[in-house]
Ligand binder design. Structure first.
Ligand code: F3S
Length: 86
């Protein structure tokens, strides 16, 4: 699956949402511990690895799961957790 990392925070361009063919990218909702969510997340169970979102993001916030930069590896879990808890 693809993962959205830190550059999305406060940018939330949403170009990625428009190009996703399976509609698996969603904004944070105001719920529980995610009250202050500032970015969008990709649902790893819905993502079909098409890669359309990666070049669509103007701030390069999107990475294939196995290419997420070291400092943003926690976002792999953050994206997945969002869908487990919502
Ligand atoms: Fe965020 Fe980039 Fe999508 S800023 S909302 S990951 S296009």
């Amino acid at each position: 699956a693809f993962v959205i990392a830190e550059p999305c925070i406060d940018t939330k361009d949403t170009s990625c949402v428009e190009v996703c063919p399976v509609d698996c990218i969603h904004p944070g909702k105001s719920e529980g511990q995610y009250d202050e969510v500032q970015q969008l997340y990709i649902d790893p169970d819905e993502c079909i690895d098409c890669g359309a979102c990666e070049p669509a993001c103007p701030v390069e916030a999107i990475f294939p799961e196995d290419e997420v930069p070291e400092q943003w590896k926690s976002y792999i879990e953050k994206n997945a957790d969002w869908y487990k808890l919502s």
